[in-house]
Structures are given as C-alpha cells and as structure tokens.
Design a protein around this ligand. Structure first.
Ligand SMILES: Nc1ncnc2c1ncn2[C@@H]1O[C@H](COP(=O)(O)OP(=O)(O)OP(=O)(O)O)[C@@H](O)[C@H]1O
Ligand SMILES: [Zn+2]
Length: 413
C-alpha cells in the first residue's frame, strides 16, 4: 500500500466528516495543513476553538491576555473551576488538546481524556496591539475575531486587510449575535467599509454591563468555527454577507448580502494602507479614548463634595437617619438583590422626571446607588439640576463596593 496522506488512525477519527460530499480526504488534509488564530479565548473563542480542535485544524493560535474568572464560566466553556486565576490562553489550549469529560465505562469514574493531542496549539498570553499584531497574525491562514471591544475590532480588520487574510468576526450581546467574514476574497469589504466611524465609548457596552446569554455566544462561536472550516476546505461560496441572530426573534436568523469593498475606504480602499500606517495608529484613541472613568468625571465636574462612600451610607443606616435612598439599576437587576431600605427607580425613569423622586422635606438627604457607581453619578446630577442646594450624593463604587467593604454576603454579579 502506498504511503497514506494521513496517519492511519485519522481515517477513523475524522471518517464521519471525510465521507461528506465536497469534504473528502482532501478536505481533511487541508485542515491538517492549515493554521488559524483565535483572538480572544472568551465567550466566542471557547466554542470556536473546541470545534476547530476537534475537526483537526493542524495549528491553532490562541491569543488572550486575561485570566479566568468565576463570571466567565457561564459561557466560556473551555475553562473549568480548576482554571480560575490562570491565563485564559493557557486554560483554553489545555482544554483544546484534552477537553472531553468522559464517563469511564467500567468504573463510572469521571476522567479527562486528551482527545486531540495531535494538533499544535500556540499559546499567546499577550494583548494584541498595533505594535505586535502583524508579527503575530502573519503566520496563520485565517484570523478569528472573538474579542469584545471596538479598538481590537478595528485593529484586526486593518491587519486582515494588510495581510490579505480572511477575518471571521463574531459579536454577541444580550440575546443577539452577528457574524461576518471580512476581507473575503479580493473584493470583500473590511470592517471599516461597514463601520467607518467607531462607536462612542459609552455606547459600546461590555458583557459585564449589558449581559449575555451564554448559549448565544456558543451559537455565534460555533458559526465562526463552521465558516472557518468551510473556508479552509473550499466549501465556502465566497459571497460576503452579514448573519444576524436574535434568540427571541422569529425567525431567529437573518442574512444580509454585503456590497463589495468601498472604493473610498481608508483601509481596504487605499492601496497605500500599510504596516507603517497601522503602527502609527493608536486604536484606543481612534475609538474615542479609554472608556470614561466616571469617578474621575464626577471629581472633574466639581462634585467631590457631593459624593459618599459606602462607609458613610452604612453609618447613616445604622444611626437610623431618615434617608431618601434610591437604587437606579434596571428593575431586573434590582430584582436580583437590593438593600432593604432602598427603593428601585431605573435610571431612565429618574432622569426623565427627577423632581418626582426628591423628598418632600428638603432636609432629608438623598443617596443614590447603582451597581458600580457610574449611573448613580448621572442620576445625582439630574436630581441636583432639578433641586440645587440640597444634599444629594452618589455612592462611590455602588453595590460592588458595598459587598466588598461592608457586607460580604451581599451578592456580586
Ligand atoms: N486586544 C486583545 N488582545 C488579546 N485578547 C483580547 C483583546 N481584546 C479582547 N480580548 C479578549 O477577548 C475575550 C472576550 O471575551 P468575553 O467578552 O467573553 O470575555 P470577558 O472580557 O471575560 O467578559 P466580561 O465582560 O464578562 O468580563 C476576553 O477574554 C479578552 O481578554
Ligand atoms: Zn474597507
């Protein structure tokens, strides 16, 4: 028998996909010879990595500079309780090479089995920046954007234009997700063609702020793996489109055809767009600077004297002082946990009619709480404009600080 193009056991391992029309032995060989890089080993990266590894993509790079936290485990399924505190790139790589929890048939003992020890996984525990992006990404055939912030999205798009590599980009928030392949073929648009202007920093919420259903990232991350496998094996139609997913929509999926790249796009429409330009661009500045630090903002606006610490609030509550204590979190969050004496008034309701939430007695102080101490400053500002010269204070650090510094039994979420 002539030399086989794949190791003997790979025929058994990948047989179920190799018998598919259009995939075949050549598809498997292509996967084995391919390399992809997954930027972000979080909610999207984990499911994408798991299927890429299982399908036999020969080389997988994993880039992430963060560590695993308890709040990640709800959706970042390659990380385990045992990986809390360790770098995500390391934890994901470990799982990609040995990720299945299997029942041992004789002893019913749970054991971890290394199911794809044959692939190569590069662990990159650095943050991807304009300085290192091209060097790191150039060694891979396809880039997966599994990150969660606008600066990195622009950076990855620019890098994919320069390197002429497809960028399989996923995004997910709340109950919704989006999937696009940028720089697809010679005419496919880049991220800047679709979104020439970055969002205002305050408009771009993180999962921590807006919430995310874990399975939504699972759906989009799996689709990223699927599109990547189609590209690598030649199964892709190569027509650019945007897939929109809404878990609560009927139907849940919609696909929009995308135009070719824009002739006047600053990145893909400019043949001089090159390495030196990307190095000069500060992506954080392009996206409007770092997200505002509301604590500093409050001080800058001269409200330093109008703020309270959680210790101040605790003292007043212990003394039994009459207090107008308002919690401005959304009602769903207020329903999760709340201080006994606080009344819940969502921020948008308070800002719409601040005068309705001020106490009848002008001498009763008003204290405003929220989750992290940001929204409470907006609320306090609105109340102060409605009734100046009254005691109106926002609580610095919000309920997160209350839990940390006053009552460890108050839930953090
Ligand atoms: N420029 C970057 N370089 C490397 N990793 C990045 C970069 N930008 C984002 N990431 C990573 O992408 C991942 C995004 O995943 P996801 O949004 O699910 O995670 P998260 O940041 O842990 O979420 P949360 O907002 O709940 O804390 C994160 O692990 C983050 O560290
Ligand atoms: Zn473009």
């Amino acid at each position: 028998m002539a030399l086989l193009p794949l190791p003997l056991l790979d025929y058994q391992r990948y047989g179920r996909q190799m018998i598919l029309d259009g995939f075949g032995l050549s598809g498997q060989v292509k996967l084995k010879q391919s390399s992809v890089v997954v930027v972000g080993a979080g909610g999207l990266g984990c499911p994408a990595l798991q299927y890429l590894a299982a399908a036999g993509v020969g080389t997988i790079g994993i880039i992430d500079d963060d560590i695993v936290e308890l709040s990640n485990l709800q959706r970042q399924i390659l990380h385990a309780e045992s990986s809390l505190g360790i770098p995500k790139a390391e934890s994901a790589a470990d799982s990609a090479k040995r990720w299945a929890l299997c029942k041992h048939i004789h002893t019913l003992e749970l054991m971890r089995i290394r199911i794809n020890s044959s692939i190569r996984v590069d662990v990159i525990k650095d943050r991807l920046t304009a300085q290192n992006a091209l060097d790191i990404l150039c060694g891979y055939d396809i880039i997966l954007d599994c990150t969660d912030n606008a600066p990195t999205r622009y950076l990855l798009s620019d890098a994919s234009v320069i390197l002429k590599k497809p960028l399989v980009s996923g995004a997910a928030q709340k109950y919704e997700g989006q999937l696009v392949i940028y720089s697809l073929g010679p005419d496919g648009p880049c991220y800047r063609c679709l979104f020439p202007k970055p969002p205002a920093p305050e408009a771009a919420g993180t999962c921590e702020e807006t919430g995310i259903l874990g399975v939504v990232t699972g759906i989009i991350g799996n689709l990223q793996a699927l599109e990547t496998i189609k590209l690598l094996t030649g199964l892709h139609e190569m027509k650019p489109s945007m897939l929109l997913f809404s878990a609560l929509g009927t139907p849940p999926f919609r696909s929009i055809k995308l135009r070719s790249r824009k002739a006047d796009c600053v990145a893909c429409g400019n043949k001089d767009f090159n390495l030196s330009m990307i190095m000069e661009t500060d992506y954080v500045q392009v996206c409007g600077g770092p997200r505002p630090d509301w604590v500093q903002l409050g001080l800058a606006n001269g409200h330093a004297g109008h703020r309270a610490t959680v210790q101040d609030l605790k003292k007043l509550l212990d003394e039994g002082q009459t207090l107008n204590l308002i919690d401005v979190r959304p009602s769903t969050e207020f329903g999760i946990c709340q201080l006994a004496s606080a009344r819940g008034v969502p921020l948008h309701e308070l800002v719409a009619k601040p005068e309705s939430y001020l106490p009848a007695d002008r001498n009763t102080p008003t204290y405003i709480l929220c989750r992290l101490g940001n929204d409470s400053q907006i609320a306090a500002d609105a109340l102060r404009s409605s009734r100046p010269n009254c005691e109106i204070r926002d609580v610095i650090g919000g309920l997160r600080a209350w839990s940390k510094e006053i009552d460890p039994n108050f839930p953090i979420y």
